[in-house]
Design a protein. Structure first.
Length: 337
């Protein structure tokens, strides 16, 4: 398999004692999903730094642009923080950032419908605090409830009935049982990938023939990025998001790795589907403001003491859900050129 075409690190930062590490930037010169060299520039992300926890990570010189692959349609950032730096920052802040468990009862109920003979053989990729595993546990299905994540959260640990696979979905070497799963949930994961092709190779191994991969991620062709430009989309402006999918990009990488799309639908992000009406007026107001002045929204937000970029619209469907089925019965159909 080709290695991802991440170029040499640029603008190496000075070592800063006491910090997670100093940020270095990787130049992304080809499409991370299909290796095509012809990315079409979409614009520069308007900020000059990312905010994550208490960290303010200054952008590299020249800023961070978003490009769109002319072959497969994947949108990607042209500069990414070095993985070691991102991991260190995550380790420092993630337990706080993801505290406050989501209610995933609806997702679990949908998964139960996929259980064969009452058995749901599930791997949750990016299990975080185990909310999905717990919701599945409450349904009382038989079968494995396993997790893949970089960190072991106590919440997920308590819900395991299977294995914990330590690593990233796009890690070149994953240590696991080798017993593939009937269902692999990949919610809010695909946007974090440095190496999408490696991730799909791993998925192919993790899913049994005829098994399913359930995906939820941002939709680069949804209304908001279309209207304001990909580089203005709130979802692109997050430090930890690297690549942005659409139906075409997903279809192409799925087909190359022996999967077919059996379902694809636009969706609101799952954390927002059940958004309380408390505060929704304020969000609509912000959204209205953003429509009027997209370029100066961040400045206006700063006036109000907020580190805003683009507000999310409470009714925006800027994600998609997809279900892939592993088609070919043998593990030898992956042809990477
Ligand atoms: Zn591509």
């Amino acid at each position: 398999m080709n290695e991802p075409r991440l170029g040499p690190a640029v603008a190496p930062g000075a070592a800063a004692p006491g910090e997670p590490s100093s940020v270095r930037w990787l130049a992304v010169e080809r499409c991370p999903a299909c290796d095509d060299p012809n990315g079409v520039p979409q614009g520069l992300i308007p900020e000059s730094a990312y905010a994550f926890g208490a960290e303010l990570v200054p952008f590299p010189e020249g800023g961070i642009a978003v490009a769109r692959c002319s072959a497969c349609g994947l949108a990607y950032k042209t500069r990414l923080p070095q993985p070691a730096y991102l991991s260190a920052v995550f380790e420092k802040y993630a337990p706080d950032k993801w505290r406050g468990r989501q209610d995933l009862a609806d997702e679990a109920a949908a998964l139960k419908g996929l259980a064969a003979g009452g058995e749901l053989d599930l791997l949750d990729v990016g299990a975080a605090d185990g909310a999905l595993l717990e919701a599945c546990a409450r349904l009382g299905t038989a079968g494995r409830r396993s997790a893949l994540d970089v960190m072991r959260y106590p919440g997920a640990e308590a819900q395991l009935r299977g294995e914990f696979i330590s690593g990233f979905l796009d890690s070149p070497m994953l240590e696991w049982s080798g017993r593939p799963y009937a269902v692999v949930a990949v919610y809010d994961v695909l946007e974090h990938l440095y190496r999408p092709r490696q991730a799909f190779q791993n998925l192919r191994a993790l899913v049994r023939p005829g098994g399913l991969v359930l995906i939820e991620t941002g939709n680069a062709e949804s209304d908001w990025p279309r209207r304001f430009g990909l580089h203005h989309w709130w979802y692109v402006r997050l430090f930890e998001h690297h690549v942005f999918w659409c139906l075409r990009a997903l279809e192409r990488i799925a087909a190359r790795h022996g999967f077919e799309i059996v379902l694809w639908e636009e969706a609101r992000h799952k954390s927002r589907r059940h958004a309380s009406f408390v505060g929704i007026g304020e969000k609509l107001l912000k959204a209205g403001l953003y429509r009027l002045v997209p370029d100066s929204y961040a400045d206006i937000a700063r006036w109000f003491g907020k580190r805003g970029n683009q507000p999310w619209h409470p009714f925006a469907k800027d994600h998609f859900r997809a279900c892939l089925r592993r088609t070919s019965p043998h593990g030898d159909a992956v042809v990477e050129t």
